[in-house]
Design a protein around this ligand. Sequence first.
Ligand code: NAP
Ligand code: MN
Length: 271
Amino acid sequence: MKIGIYNNESAESQRVTKLLRDEIERTGLDHDEKQPDVVITIGGDGTLLSAFHHYIDQLDRIRFVGIHTGHLGFYTDWRNFEIDDLVDSLVQDSGQSVSYPLLDMHAVYSDGTVESFIALNESTIRNITKTMVCDVYINNQLFENFRGDGLCISTPTGSTAYNKSVGGAIMDPNSIGFQLAEMASLNNRVFRTLGSPIIFGADTKLMLRLRDANDHVMTCDRDQMRLKNAEGKRHLLEVSYQVSKKRIYFARYRHTNFWNRVKDSFIGGAK
Ligand code: NAP
Ligand code: MN
């Protein structure tokens, strides 16, 4: 089995990385950054997001494992003092895995070009200079006209991230679908949107058609693309979203209870 290690720059992550490298070498497991079977990330959820995009072309064969060196994360099950246990699990690995849905996104630009992305957490579309105006289509039918700061489209596992901050619901990570949440929508007698988050199923196609060529920022997880409406520059016309055929796989050496993690992260000691 070939192991890849992907770490962030913090001093603690570098310390843990060295420890893990030494342990892997000691056990005779292969260390391979190019075509690993298992990728171990060391850092936070953000580090796992970066590793996911780094290995995006090999998603069907890679299983991820997250070690957190800061606070408890949602993609990071292992703690920095559990390296020995983790290495034992790697040595005894029998291919056990758990997988979660991803979000396909296709952006169409004014010059006719199309770009595709896959999100693990979410994509957001925002207008950074004016009110964003866009038409929301569900399965090619016009659903509403949105006016506001922007929209956040998240996966089930991304629902505890940005989506939660903008009032979206937390989704069970085993559900297959994605969610649309509004960011500061304008709602009055003239402009009206649904006003609540929507959870779509596995076969729904969501399309956002921007009404104007203003300054938009489109994000896919950690990546930000600024689409400026400057002379001769392309702008964003529409973006469509659907549950991806691809999934992310994690090596599941032990069970972590999702709802306990939600409780630990957001509520604390409920009595
Ligand atoms: P960051 O600004 O360091 O991340 C913001 C926080 O979100 C961090 O505490 C991060 O955990 C946490 N996080 C990431 N994925 C999560 C998930 N699936 N569930 C729960 N918490 C999660 O930026 P980053 O580390 O590059 O992460 C990028 C993500 O930040 C984006 O995908 C977006 O979801 C989120 N974000 C949130 C807001 C907001 O809530 N207002 C604004 C911008 C971006 P770690 O510290 O463990 O990395
Ligand atoms: Mn982070």
